[in-house]
Structures are given as structure tokens and as C-alpha cells.
Design a protein around this ligand. Structure first.
Ligand SMILES: O=C(O)C1=C[C@@H](OP(=O)(O)O)[C@@H](O)[C@H](O)C1
Ligand SMILES: C=C(OP(=O)(O)O)C(=O)O
Length: 464
């Protein structure tokens, strides 16, 4: 899946350098995190639900297939929309064009029954959110994924599920593994160390009300990353009638009971927007993003204060319906970006893009609070350090992040390590550094299959 990437014979994608004054509107597909939660909540609900604007990309296709493998029926159709304004239309009306988004009807089964096989790919959300449902599904399920998935942390979630009564072999270390489902999974009190990923907590909370005794979950561990993502889980559960309390930080109590069916609209993915917004800053141009939510629980919005700190002008113009608007980011009017020091513990998925900004700053910069991203799609700190160094950057890993000192950069091969956000960070640098060659731009299909063509249009001003 390379879109317009025109890979060279060795499979490298030449990241396009900016060829015009950047002034562009970009439509961003739906939020991966919100789509994953919507599908899971709809699958656990007491009746059919409709999801609109859901992301159609590798991770969410895997999520749909995983839920189907447990007996959930999902009917999909496409959503069409104009590239400006808030209204969605039908194909052909008002220049409407297909978006990577869908209208999905989700029909949960009376009881989950496994058809035997679930592929998690490299999707943390699929592995961590679906395992607890698999533990309630009649039959045995072989849960597997990409080779890199077996390196991603999951053991604390498996141990917690075993404590809650799940049929997971005691010696199971990670994916692949076979789960023997138990429809009357007891649930109840459990302690977990979720320092390696907030998704362990989210996965248990999502299914918790369907356990016989509900869930009383405590996190005990040195750090708890991605708190906004846990809040996103709590928000959607409460919207669907689940009683969930947080009597103290890092302690959640979910009452047993039904999950109420209801329709769900998905916001654009504000983390997928990050490389496009950062492009405006590094090229001193303007990027506009329609349908930006005026209020959101997505951590991707945390990029905006940093861009402002770097001198960018950020403006959100409310649309007629008052729920979304058009966000515009305009570069600072000069090329010498100041150094920064930022803690990304709440929004660690922004690290690759923010790190690309870090190597371009004229003063020293630092990213903190993201040690756990060594367990993301790849060891992101090591992969970023290796790529930046091969471009001449002065960068090193710390215990929980990266530090950068100014240096003159040159092009060369850029390893994506099968990681969509690594590939996007390379593309961002390629706008201003000649000769950046990305080895696997196709991995951006994890969250934005149209990334290569959208990026080409952004850089060259032409469609391909
Ligand atoms: O719950 C979610 O949707 C996510 C939580 C975060 O995971 P970690 O807590 O493992 O960083 C985030 O990085 C990931 O992209 C999506
Ligand atoms: C960490 C990420 O993904 P996953 O949902 O697979 O954990 C990410 O998208 O940055």
C-alpha cells in the first residue's frame, strides 16, 4: 500500500521536499483511538449501534475482524464529505469525495462465540482491548499478530486476566497465545502495573461491566502514561450507561451491568494531524484542518501549545454547528525555531513528530516522560536516535526521552521500523532536508492509508 509513493527499485520512498509556499487544507481521517473504543463498546452493548466517521485503516480493520471473529456482526458503508465545512453528503454532491471513513452498523451477539482465530497485526488497541472479550467468548481463540507484536508488552494484562478468572495458560508470556473463553468470567478486584501501557487499564475497563462481579482495578507501578487515553475510555463508557468511579487516582471501580447501545460519531484523529500541522511550522506556511473538535479528550490537541511556543499562530474558527471548526496553523515567520523542553507522558504518540521538530531547533531541546514508548510499534527512542544520527543530528536517548543539540542535517535512508509515526516523522524532515529516503512508507496504512498521497500533495501542490 504505497499510494503515490513511487518507491525506487529498492522500495525506498523519496520524501518530497517542499516545492511551493505551503497554504493548504487537509482532511484528516477519524481517530484510531476513538474508533477502537466505539467498536468495542458497540460490540459489548445491549443492542445495535451506528458508528459514523470511523477510521478505515489497518488497525481498525483488524479491530472489526477481531470482533467479527467473536460473533459480532458489522455492516460497513462509506461516508462521503466535502473537504470544507461540516456537512457530509453523498457521492457526487457538492464535490464530495470519499473519505477514509465509514458508517458502520454494529450488531452485538447474544453471547460471544469464538471462531478460533484473531489477528492483532501491530495494533496495541486490538491486542489489549479484545483480549478481555476473548476471555468471555465461548471456545478457544488463537490470538496472534505481526512478528513485532510479540515484543510489545502485554504480560501484566495477561496476569490480571488470570487473576480475574480467565482461561489463559499460566506460562503465557505474550502474543501469540491461546485463550479458553469463559462466558461467566468472575471479574472482581485486581491489581496491575500499567506503567508499560495505559491500554492495559483501558482494555479491562472496557469489558469490566460485563464481568460477573464487575471490576475493581488498581494500578500500582512507577508511572502511568497516557492518562487522557484512560479518560477517553471512561468518557465513552459513561456515555453508554456504565457506572464507573475513580475513588482515588489510579483506582477504578466498574459496576456490573449492561452497556447501553447508542450511536457514536468519531472525531478526526488529532495525532494523525500532527505531522501536517508541524509541516506548517517547519516550512513557515499555513495548514488548515476542517472538522477540528472545539472540545476534545484526544491527547493530540496537546501539540498546539507546543507549536505556539515555537512561534506558530494557531487559530480555531468555529463552524456553523458550533461543535467543530477549522483549525489553522501558520509558521512563525522565521526559520530558526527555539529549543524546547516538553513532557509528553500524556501524549506519547506525538513523540516522533515532536522529535523531528527537536532536531530542527536552533537551541537545545528535550522530550521527557516517554520511556514506555520503547514498547510501542518499535523501540521508538532507539529508532529515532538511530535515524537522526544517520542524518548528522546531535541526539541521544535519556532514561525517559531524547535530548537534541543543534547540528547540520543531511539526507539519507530513513528506517520506518514498520512504525507509521516513524515514517511520518521522516516525511516531515524530508520537507526541509534533501534526500530523505523512507524504507517503508506503506506502514502509514496503520492509521492513514492516504498518507503518501496526502503528503505528496502537501509538498508539491499537485495531486498524484
Ligand atoms: O488507548 C489508546 O488508544 C492509546 C493509548 C496510548 O498507548 P500507551 O499508553 O501504550 O502509550 C497511545 O500511545 C496509543 O497510540 C493509543
Ligand atoms: C502507540 C501507537 O499505537 P498502538 O495503538 O498500536 O499502541 C500509536 O499509534 O502511536
Amino acid at each position: 500500500m504505497h499510494g503515490c509513493s513511487r518507491p525506487d527499485p529498492e522500495g525506498f520512498w523519496a520524501a518530497p521536499k517542499l516545492r511551493h509556499a505551503l497554504d493548504l487544507e487537509v482532511v484528516i481521517p477519524g481517530s484510531k483511538s476513538a474508533t477502537a473504543r466505539a467498536l468495542v463498546v458497540a460490540a459489548l452493548s445491549d443492542g445495535p449501534s451506528t458508528i459514523t466517521g470511523g477510521l478505515d485503516a489497518r488497525d481498525t480493520q483488524l479491530m472489526r475482524d477481531a470482533l467479527r471473529a467473536l460473533g459480532v456482526r458489522i455492516h460497513t458503508s462509506f461516508l462521503y464529505g466535502s473537504t470544507s465545512g461540516e456537512a457530509f453528503g453523498t457521492p457526487g454532491s457538492d464535490g464530495a469525495q470519499p473519505l477514509a471513513a465509514g458508517v458502520w452498523r454494529v450488531l452485538p451477539p447474544a453471547r460471544f462465540v469464538s471462531s478460533g482465530d484473531i489477528d492483532c497485526g501491530l495494533a496495541g488497541t486490538v491486542a489489549r482491548f479484545v483480549l478481555p472479550i476473548t476471555a468471555m467468548a465461548e471456545g478457544r481463540t488463537y490470538v496472534h499478530g505481526d512478528q513485532a507484536m510479540s515484543a510489545r508488552p502485554i504480560r501484566p494484562l495477561l496476569d490480571a486476566l488470570i487473576d480475574l478468572g480467565a482461561g489463559i495458560p499460566d506460562g503465557a508470556f505474550g502474543i501469540p497465545l491461546t485463550v479458553t473463553g469463559r462466558p461467566d468470567l468472575p471479574g472482581g478486584p485486581v491489581i496491575i502495573d500499567s506503567s508499560a501501557s495505559s491500554q492495559f487499564v483501558s482494555g479491562l475497563l472496557l469489558s469490566g461491566s460485563r464481568f460477573r462481579h464487575g471490576l475493581d482495578l488498581r494500578h500500582v507501578g512507577p508511572t502511568l502514561p497516557s492518562l487522557p487515553h484512560i479518560q477517553m475510555t471512561i468518557d465513552i463508557l459513561r456515555e453508554h450507561g456504565v457506572r464507573i468511579e475513580e475513588p482515588e487516582p489510579a483506582h477504578w471501580v466498574v459496576a456490573p451491568g449492561p452497556v447501553r447501545a447508542g450511536d457514536i460519531a468519531i472525531e478526526p484523529d488529532l495525532s494523525t494531524a500532527a505531522p501536517f500541522l508541524a509541516a506548517a511550522v517547519v516550512t513557515d506556511g499555513t495548514v488548515r484542518i476542517p472538522h477540528w473538535p472545539l472540545e476534545t479528550n484526544q491527547p493530540g490537541a496537546l501539540l498546539l501549545p507546543l507549536l505556539e511556543q515555537l512561534g506558530a499562530r494557531v487559530h480555531l474558527e468555529p463552524g456553523p454547528a458550533g461543535r467543530t471548526g477549522t483549525l489553522s496553523v501558520t509558521g512563525p515567520g522565521h526559520w530558526d525555531l527555539d529549543g524546547f523542553d516538553v513532557d509528553l507522558a500524556d501524549a506519547s504518540e506525538l513523540t516522533p513528530v515532536v522529535a523531528a521538530l527537536g532536531v530542527l531547533t536552533q537551541g537545545p531541546s528535550r522530550i521527557r516522560g516517554v520511556g514506555h514508548i520503547r514498547g510501542h510499534e518499535t523501540d521508538r527512542l532507539a529508532a529515532l536516535e538511530a535515524n537522526f544520527r544517520s542524518m548528522g543530528a546531535d541526539v541521544e536517548q535519556t532514561e525517559d526521552g531524547l535530548v537534541f543539540r543543534p547540528a547540520v542535517l543531511h539526507g539519507g535512508p530513513w528506517g520506518a521500523y514498520a512504525d507509521h509515526r516513524l515514517a511520518q516523522a521522516g516525511a516531515l524532515l524530508g520537507l526541509v532536508v534533501s534526500g530523505v529516503m523512507i524504507d517503508d512508507i506503506g506502514c502509514t496504512s496503520k492509521t492513514m492509508p492516504s498518507f503518501p498521497s496526502a503528503w505528496w500533495s502537501l509538498a508539491t501542490g499537485t495531486g498524484r
